[in-house]
Design a protein around this ligand. Structure first.
Ligand SMILES: *[C@@H]1O[C@H](CO)[C@@H](O)[C@H](O)[C@H]1NC(C)=O
Ligand SMILES: *[C@@H]1O[C@H](CO)[C@@H](O)[C@H](O)[C@H]1NC(C)=O
Ligand SMILES: *[C@@H]1O[C@H](CO)[C@@H](O)[C@H](O)[C@H]1NC(C)=O
Ligand SMILES: *[C@@H]1O[C@H](CO)[C@@H](O)[C@H](O)[C@H]1NC(C)=O
Length: 365
């Protein structure tokens, strides 16, 4: 038995050597498939922040993060998998790797997301990879692909691919880092316009590189996360809720406009706002016991961002059964919630009022 395995291994080894060198790294083009490229914040970051110079506020690479599925911390801000991990699975792709530290094969997808990142360069500047810089990394990847595959194949790959983007939440939290008075002197509508303007630039750049199929998430209910619950310091619930509502109302209208301008542009929106609000307010309807408090954290509702004890506050509580919780830490949902949301997004039924394709349709090549 052992000897047989050994022979099979040798054969496999020789088989790879027979493939022309150019396709050794980026080898995924033998089969038709839609790759998955991911941009955004901690909702999607699979561990890119492990490789940048930052503080533990923007990292999650210690236990108990990752315990449910991976059994070790990956840098994901969750007990297990995130939405892009589930979407890759449903699309029959390998799990999409982080851009950092270095990958060999870009042809099934890459995840550029960074915890704490925003659409604005100023958001958590110096501690995260802003959306604009994620785009810069994407363009470098594109150059690498063209070098290996040639222009035509690269264009085909990138135009068949699906692009998932989760961004904005941090842009709306960041101005309140010191106090709630920022929007006494700034217009909320204008600020949202600037955030969506920067997101639009990134969409257009991806489009210019061939990208046609996009998936966007609406913002989660930012005022309902455990860190914003009463008794926690430095919360600006009213302001953050209002900004998220404006963003979520403007984004779909804006995307419809973009669709009429950019030929072949297709998109789907995940309604994280309603999906999550329903689970927070009626956890038992969706198989959860606790909708408001974090499984991992300290203080009222587990709202102090101390999960794992590595962010200054060393004491924290961890719940006994993470499957009962909607929130894993003070800001981020549990894997079980992400799984439910991913399934909804994948199969979402389009209606005439909201004619967005579901993600499954976008992956059809
Ligand atoms: C944001 O930063 C990128 C570099 O990462 C730069 O190219 C771009 O011009 C900046 N954009 C704005 C609006 O400041
Ligand atoms: C709150 O922050 C603003 C800047 O956004 C500053 O001008 C103001 O002095 C601060 N107020 C207090 C009470 O710290
Ligand atoms: C992008 O953000 C910057 C601030 O970082 C702002 O000055 C600029 O106007 C924004 N761009 C658009 C198109 O809204
Ligand atoms: C954990 O909670 C889930 C959901 O309520 C339940 O199905 C499971 O049996 C629980 N596991 C344990 C070990 O109690």
């Amino acid at each position: 038995m052992a000897a047989l395995k050994f022979h099979v291994l040798i054969l496999a080894f020789w088989a790879t050597l027979l493939i022309p060198c150019s396709s050794l790294g980026d080898s995924g083009l033998k089969k038709r498939h839609a790759a998955l490229y991911v941009f955004g914040d901690s909702l999607f970051d699979p561990g890119n922040n492990n490789y940048i110079s930052t503080t533990n506020d923007y990292k999650a690479d210690w236990s108990p993060y990752g315990e449910t599925f991976f059994k070790y911390p990956t840098g994901r801000f969750c007990d297990g998998r995130l939405i892009p991990d589930f979407i890759a699975e449903y699309a029959k792709l390998p799990i999409v790797p982080a851009f950092y530290p270095r990958i060999v094969d870009y042809t099934y997808g890459v995840n550029f997301a960074s915890g704490g990142a925003g659409a604005l360069n100023e958001t958590h500047k110096g501690f995260v990879i802003p959306l604009n810089y994620q785009l810069h990394n994407f363009k470098n990847m594109e150059k690498h692909l063209r070098h290996n595959l040639g222009d035509a194949k690269t264009y085909t790959l990138l135009s068949n691919a699906v692009y998932l983007i989760s961004i904005g939440g941090n842009d709306y939290f960041a101005p309140f880092a010191t106090n709630c008075s920022f929007f006494e002197t700034h217009s909320q509508e204008e600020y949202v316009g600037i955030v969506i303007g920067n997101l639009t630039n990134v969409i257009k750049e991806i489009y210019n590189n061939g990208g046609r199929k996009f998936g966007f998430t609406k913002l989660p209910p930012l005022g309902l996360v455990p860190s914003q619950r009463p008794g926690n310091k430095g919360t600006c619930v009213k302001e953050v809720t209002s900004l998220a509502n404006i963003h979520n109302a403007v984004l779909p209208k804006h995307l419809e406009k973009l669709k009429s301008k950019l030929q072949g542009f297709k998109y789907s929106i995940a309604k994280l706002d309603t999906y999550l609000t329903e689970r927070i307010n009626k956890p038992s309807k969706y198989g959860f016991k606790e909708g408001k408090s974090a499984c991992c954290g300290s203080g009222p509702y587990g709202g102090i961002y101390s999960c794992g004890g590595k962010r200054g506050v060393t004491k924290y509580q961890l719940c006994a059964n993470v499957s009962e919780y909607v929130f894993f830490d003070s800001f981020h949902p549990t894997e079980r919630v992400y799984q439910q949301l991913s399934m909804l997004w994948w199969n979402q039924v389009p209606n005439t009022k909201e004619p967005y394709s579901n993600l499954k349709e976008l992956f059809e090549v």
